[in-house]
Design a protein. Structure first.
Length: 409
């Protein structure tokens, strides 16, 4: 695993993983609901081993699934293994519940909340779901009754969850090794083992998609599949499912899939010696065009303030900008964030070279034209607008190349 680059897969899958691992550092606490025979709740749960605990909650309305949407957060409490929850939403939601007792602490002090210990449920306004199960060391064994979707989901999950829970113990071993800069071979072996273990879940989901194209659960699983699988099986879903409760999520992923395929095609064309695609983007003070640079070499730096390796590389970039700014035009191209965040980042990091912001429309997206798959990515372009070199990640060879180039100019 290369810690010097940030692979940008803007899909619901990767967004979900990020949210599950760190959303609930600070949440507003709600008064817990007491399970009562006098009132039926949307969710009533009895999980062995839960005891008296804090339950972290977040949910996404299905109409917002697949968008850059801030999940609604909440905190409730269990008493003697039991808790209840009523969702305030008047539309179907995807609900995630996590018991603090299921949390591990990384060597860095940050919480680790495994997917294997989350409860996932589709909740409609009229639903009354009953959740039962047991909290185990590395996973939560549970089942949901009250809706066909949730019953199918937990049944499929039950077939692989014990096997894939081994990934949790592997993750803890990896965390311990990486904290002490452990043996690289051992770390890589554990990464491969973890990926192999996780494949059981992915394979089970794919089999369900193949065998049940007329089920909403197949659509949900498909939104979490790699791009190649999504592209292959989307049209296999029945028309009713494609236009069903996961329609928005599927359509959002279609747009991102089209971007993915165009990036794949562009990557094959963007090679050393080929012409650099021209573009015009908005800068802090106007517009910038690549072809407007006539007498200098050019460095294009694709970055984002959400990308730690990008921002960690700024100090050295500043030094090289000062060193070669008379001969090289440095251009920062901010990607995948709002104008407000872009402007704030340029100010906070005090970036002295010209900065532009990428366009969101796929036809005008410069990151697509340049086949960008990971951040930061840098290009060195000569005075004739030919690509001299491409560098992915926080790579010192980029600076070595600049020194060599300036030494021979």
């Amino acid at each position: 695993m290369n810690l010097n680059l940030y692979i940008m897969l803007k899909s619901s899958t990767i967004a979900l993983l990020i949210l599950l691992s760190g959303l609930f550092i600070s949440c507003k606490q709600s008064k817990g609901l007491t399970v009562s025979n006098m009132k039926k709740h949307h969710i009533e749960s009895n999980i062995k081993g839960l005891g008296d605990d804090t339950i972290l909650v977040y949910y996404v309305p299905l109409s917002k699934m697949g968008e850059d949407y801030e999940p609604i957060q909440d905190t409730i409490f269990s008493k003697n293994d039991r808790f209840a929850y009523d969702t305030p939403s008047n539309e179907p939601i995807l609900l995630y519940l996590f018991s603090k007792k299921g949390e591990f602490t990384r060597k860095s002090g940050h919480p680790y909340r495994p997917d294997e210990k989350h409860i996932v449920a589709l909740v409609k306004p009229t639903d009354q779901l009953n959740i039962t199960g047991e909290l185990k060391q590395y996973y939560l064994d549970y089942q949901v009754q009250g809706s066909a979707f949730n019953e199918q989901y937990t049944q499929v999950r039950k077939n692989y969850i014990e096997a894939t829970s081994e990934a949790v113990s592997i993750e803890l071993k990896l965390d311990a090794l990486m904290a002490i800069n452990g043996d690289t071979t051992e770390i890589n072996d554990l990464f491969q083992k973890r990926n192999a273990v996780n494949s059981a879940g992915r394979n089970a989901h794919l089999e369900y998609i193949k065998n049940n194209p007329d089920k909403d659960l197949a659509a949900y699983y498909l939104t979490r599949q790699p791009w190649e699988i999504f592209g292959k099986y989307y049209n296999e879903l029945s028309l009713n499912v494609r236009n069903g409760i996961f329609k928005n999520a599927l359509e959002s992923k279609i747009i991102k899939y089209k971007k993915y395929t165009q990036v794949q095609e562009a990557e094959l064309k963007i090679k050393e010696g080929e012409s650099a695609p021209d573009f015009e983007l908005r800068s802090l003070s106007g517009n910038f065009s690549l072809n407007a640079v006539k007498t200098k070499y050019i460095v294009l730096d694709f970055w984002g303030s959400w990308c730690p390796p990008c921002t960690k590389g700024f100090p050295k970039m500043k030094a090289y900008y000062s060193k070669y700014k008379e001969s090289i035009e440095f251009i920062g191209i901010d990607c995948n964030e709002t104008e407000e965040k872009w402007r704030k980042a340029v100010l906070n990091y005090d970036l002295p070279w010209p900065q532009v912001i990428n366009k969101l429309d796929i036809d005008d997206d410069v990151s697509v034209k340049y086949g960008i798959k990971a951040y930061p990515t840098k290009f060195i372009i000569d005075k004739d607008k030919k690509i001299l070199a491409k560098f992915i990640g926080k790579d010192d060879s980029f600076y070595q190349k600049l020194d060599e180039l300036m030494a021979t100019k």
